[in-house]
Design a protein around this ligand. Structure first.
Ligand SMILES: [Zn+2]
Ligand SMILES: [Zn+2]
Length: 395
């Protein structure tokens, strides 16, 4: 009969093989047969969780965490944590799972680098943003419990998870945030409370002394500002008798305001003004983050307010031009293209629909070849738009 130690070392060997090969079935079999802890170490002091994180395998990471794997464990010779490995893998989902399980984003390796710094070093910008934007759920849950003399909390407990998800989002384009709100009716219905809680989170973040995270404080302020604006649009629509019908148009009203091109037909002047006002309203004007934003907004040839805010919240990017964006909401690597001109990209039909009032002219121009120019239409009517939406093709 095999001794206990032999069984254990066999399990260890096979589980590391299964992770290396990405064999999920075998991996599950091994875990099913193994009772007890899953903090296996390889000969270099790396845990199974660290290996799975390095492979960017979110299923394996989740299974190990479910079985109680210690997210901050490890005896790696250069002090890498599971989060460092997840960051290097470039899987934002893996990093999110590790952070949810309590991984410490401030842990440094033997050369003093955090996981997010390692991700930046290898160019995994989305992962950098995911780690830097992370806040524990408890930060928000705090407001769902009555404080002091309160009989009712600031935030309904059912809103904790949706608000947490909303705050963690990496894409801070206002139209994307509007869409995210619209897809989460509970947040939209409680927009007033949500926006107030976000301002309170902002203040709380700024009063943590040495632990203060100015960037996160600004993000809370920014989200609150967007939620408030959308709530204002909603309030204006309320007196209408067809409340239910109009509900769907809030983001349309909002995005028409923001995506309308300025006189040159390209720059988004209205969006810029709207976002500059947001920066101006940030209540903590002494902090470095505010000063940096103002100095880039007032520099010669200033970048757009959206890109200043994006750089502040998500960190400077190495190279931006190579990545395609959704023309409506700024989402990276959108799945679809306008089927007619194939020169703009969108996440889905919803994004295309919201952008059509801007794109229709350019789309016609792109498509009018010398042959068809004589009978080119001036504008595309509604029927044409709906067939256009039907034809949205995979990018
Ligand atoms: Zn989009
Ligand atoms: Zn087009």
């Amino acid at each position: 009969m095999e001794s206990k130690d032999e069984v254990k070392s066999n399990t260890e060997k096979t589980i590391f093989d299964a992770i290396a090969q990405g064999d999920l079935t075998e991996f599950k079999n091994i875990l099913a047969q193994h009772k007890g802890g899953v903090d296996f170490f390889d000969e270099n002091g790396m845990t199974a969780l660290q290996h799975a994180a390095y492979k960017g395998n979110k299923d394996m990471v989740q299974l190990l965490l479910d079985r109680g794997a210690d997210v901050n464990s490890g005896k790696h010779e250069y002090n890498y944590t599971a989060l460092h490995f997840g960051a290097l893998s470039g899987s934002s989902e893996v990093c999110k799972l590790l952070l949810d399980a309590g991984a410490k984003p401030t842990a440094t390796n033997s050369v003093g680098r955090t996981a997010s710094q390692m991700a930046a070093f290898v160019g995994n910008h989305h992962t950098v943003a995911t780690i830097n934007n992370f806040i524990p759920r408890s930060e928000i849950a705090y407001y769902s419990v009555p404080q002091g003399q309160q009989t009712e909390p600031y935030l309904l407990p059912i809103l904790v998870d949706p608000l947490h998800k909303f705050v963690l989002g990496v894409n801070i384009h206002p139209v994307r945030l509007g869409l995210n709100l619209q897809h989460t009716p509970s947040l939209l219905e409680n927009a007033d409370a949500v926006s107030k809680v976000l301002e309170m989170l902002c203040k709380r973040e700024m009063t943590r002394g040495s632990e203060t995270n100015e960037v996160m404080a600004f993000k809370y302020h920014y989200l609150s500002y967007i939620v408030r604006e959308i709530n204002n649009i909603r309030d204006k629509q309320k007196p209408s008798s067809e409340k239910e019908d109009k509900k769907h148009d809030i983001v349309e009203v909002f995005s028409k305001k923001l995506l309308k091109p300025g006189k040159d037909g390209v720059s988004l002047d209205l969006m810029d003004t709207f976002l500059k006002d947001c920066v101006r309203e940030f209540p903590f004007r002494e902090c470095t983050t505010f000063h940096q934003m103002v100095s880039s907004l007032t520099s010669k040839n200033p970048p757009s307010a959206l890109s200043v805010i994006n750089c502040t919240i998500n960190g400077q990017r190495g190279f931006v031009d190579a990545i395609p964006y959704c023309s409506t909401c700024g989402e990276e690597k959108p799945a679809k293209k306008c089927s007619k001109c194939k020169s703009v990209q969108y996440c889905d039909r919803e994004c295309q629909r919201l952008h059509w009032f801007v794109h229709k002219k350019a789309c016609n121009r792109e498509c009018s070849t010398p042959n068809s120019a004589s009978n080119a239409k001036v504008a595309i009517d509604t029927n044409e738009l709906s067939s256009e939406l039907q034809n949205l093709v995979a990018g």
